[in-house]
Ligand binder design. Structure first.
Ligand code: FE2
Length: 220
């Protein structure tokens, strides 16, 4: 009879010496690495113009302090003719397993993304209007928001009803995006990323400064 504990012991010993001899990855973690549900579009924006537009919007909104503090969401689109956004508009339906029961449950209400057709007129002269225009040429866009995340911060491990497009404006190598089993940094170099947030995901910021992304929902 085979002693399985001895076999497992030898297998662990062999594996550990193999793993200890492997190269340690330290460079590519500061770059974008494509994976399932995380892709880069051919479309590219001017990273300087994105930052200027962010400054423009910050000067015009009373939510600038929230963005700098790293927990702000500023809407860039709205339902035509409406003013302001509800709390649900700033977040919306998502599902998560919140505790040790491992039970998936819905949170908040569904948002009719397709109704967010109007770019907010106050920002019509900013570069973000060009971003909205270029995105909507390619795919329908619902809520489009500026979303900031402070240092040492992450959101819940959840899934959304729809995918999103991310355009990083301010970032750092410790700012990471996780979808299912894949994690990568999304550099703020004008690149545009498709994130299939119908899968479980979270964003986290392990850097020393806040990060700001444009997040645009692709309605179902
Ligand atoms: Fe999400």
């Amino acid at each position: 009879m085979i002693d399985t504990s001895e076999v497992l012991f030898q297998s662990d010993q062999a594996n550990l010496s193999k793993w200890l001899a492997e190269d340690v990855v330290t460079d590519s973690v500061a770059t974008f690495v494509e994976g399932p549900g995380l892709k880069k579009l051919g479309l590219r924006f001017d990273s300087d113009e994105l930052r200027l537009a962010l400054n423009d919007v910050m000067e015009r909104t009373d939510m600038a302090g929230d963005i700098e503090a790293g927990f702000g969401v500023i809407p860039l689109t709205r339902r035509p003719g409406t003013e302001g956004a509800t709390d649900n508009d700033l977040s919306g339906r998502h599902w998560l397993r919140a505790d040790e029961r491992y039970v998936e449950e819905p949170r908040e209400d569904l948002v009719d993304e397709a109704s967010f057709t109007e770019f907010i007129p106050d920002y019509a002269d900013t570069y973000f209007a060009h971003v909205h225009n270029e995105l909507t040429k390619r795919v329908p866009i619902g809520r489009m928001r500026l979303s900031s995340k402070s240092l040492y911060n992450c959101n819940s491990w959840h899934r959304d009803p729809e995918p999103r497009i991310h355009v990083p404006i301010v970032s750092n190598p410790g700012s990471l995006f996780v979808i299912n089993h894949h994690v990568t940094h999304l550099p703020a170099d004008g690149s545009v990323y498709f994130t299939d947030t119908r899968g479980y995901h979270m964003a986290m910021n392990g850097g020393f400064d806040h990060r700001v992304h444009i997040v645009a929902v692709i309605p179902n």
